[in-house]
Design a protein around this ligand. Structure first.
Ligand SMILES: NC(=O)c1ccc[n+]([C@@H]2O[C@H](COP(=O)([O-])OP(=O)(O)OC[C@H]3O[C@@H](n4cnc5c(N)ncnc54)[C@H](OP(=O)(O)O)[C@@H]3O)[C@@H](O)[C@H]2O)c1
Length: 283
């Protein structure tokens, strides 16, 4: 099987690429920055340059000879990107598309509607697919490092609500397994971390790991929006984030599934482990 990875220079795509390499394949990566890809993977991948914001012949060329795709797209335009990629994939004779989607497709919260439309586009293409609907990533907690390091505080509008963040390595392990084993064609898999935790509990775990107390303060949705706009600017991403935090507080995102264990045969990694691996980001 020849694999092509989209988003290979990012958080999840890089891990998927690495796992495909470790499994003995030489994946191709569709990237806009070849130097970045080279510094991550050396000569162990084939680099196919292109930019999804400017659809061009690069997409068709990148898909030449490809059997399986790891599809990672992002942002409000992702349905169009998923449609362009999956219809080009059909033309190119691709046999399987594994799309990273989100658990929020089920609730319509945050980025859920973008991915729901992306899933429809992939399904409509007729190429066999697997949708991986992932819970929030543990790595989202890296955005807490600045206030924790500089002020010893985390402000959050999530209240006592819980969410089962998932370790990025588990998402990559599931994606690589599904790509290689082909046992989940035309299925949707829902994956979460091992337990639903409040933000306060997660902050306590970070505090214990770095040996410094961290204050947890609840804030309103309005304040959370204002804070997010300060670092992210106005736009659909910030709107999606505030939506997600509200849904966490309302107890709408506390789903825990057996998906990781079912697909890769071991329990999902804990938030405590993720914190141990990333403690220096918070100290
Ligand atoms: N965070 C969560 O809690 C969560 C939960 C469920 C699902 N998700 C989904 O996970 C995905 C994000 O994954 P991630 O954390 O791995 O993202 P990431 O680290 O931000 O990586 C994004 C990747 O996409 C590439 N990319 C962006 N725009 C591109 C373009 N126009 N053309 C070609 N490549 C482009 C980036 O390339 P460069 O290196 O050149 O920038 C990078 O490789 C999104 O679909 C999101 O909705 C996230």
């Amino acid at each position: 099987m020849n694999y092509l990875v989209f988003g290979a220079t990012g958080n999840i795509g890089a891990r998927v690429t690495q796992r495909l390499i470790e499994a003995g394949s030489r994946p191709s990566v569709f990237v806009r920055n070849a130097m970045k890809a080279q510094s991550l993977f050396g000569d162990r991948v084939d680099i196919r340059r292109g930019d999804l914001d400017t659809p061009s012949p690069s997409l068709a060329a990148a898909l030449d000879g490809v059997d399986g795709i790891f599809l990672l797209t992002d942002g409000p335009n992702l349905p169009d990107q998923d449609r362009a990629i999956s219809s080009a994939a059909l033309q190119a004779g691709v046999r399987h598309i594994v799309k990273l989607s989100t658990l929020d497709v089920l609730t319509g919260i945050g980025t859920g509607p973008w991915h729901a439309a992306g899933e429809v586009a992939v399904r409509d293409s007729g190429v066999p697919f697997t949708f991986i609907r992932a819970a929030g990533f543990m790595s989202n907690a890296l955005s807490w490092s600045h206030p924790i390091r500089n002020e010893g505080i985390l402000h959050s509008s999530t209240g006592e609500g819980r969410i089962a963040f998932i370790h990025p390595d588990d998402i990559a392990a599931v994606a690589a397994t599904v790509l290689i084993a082909r046992e989940h064609d035309n299925q949707t898999v829902v994956i979460t971390g091992p337990e639903a935790l409040t933000y306060k509990e997660m902050v306590t775990t970070i505090s214990e790991a770095i040996g410094t107390s961290i204050d947890f303060r609840e804030i309103s949705d309005q304040q959370a929006y204002a804070d997010a706009v300060e670092w992210g600017g106005e736009g659909p991403y910030v709107d999606a984030l505030v939506d997600i935090w509200r849904a966490v507080r309302q107890g709408r995102l506390d789903t825990v599934t057996e998906g990781v264990r079912r697909i890769i045969g071991r329990e999902p990694l804990s938030f405590t482990q993720w914190v141990a691996e990333n403690a220096t980001s918070f100290a």
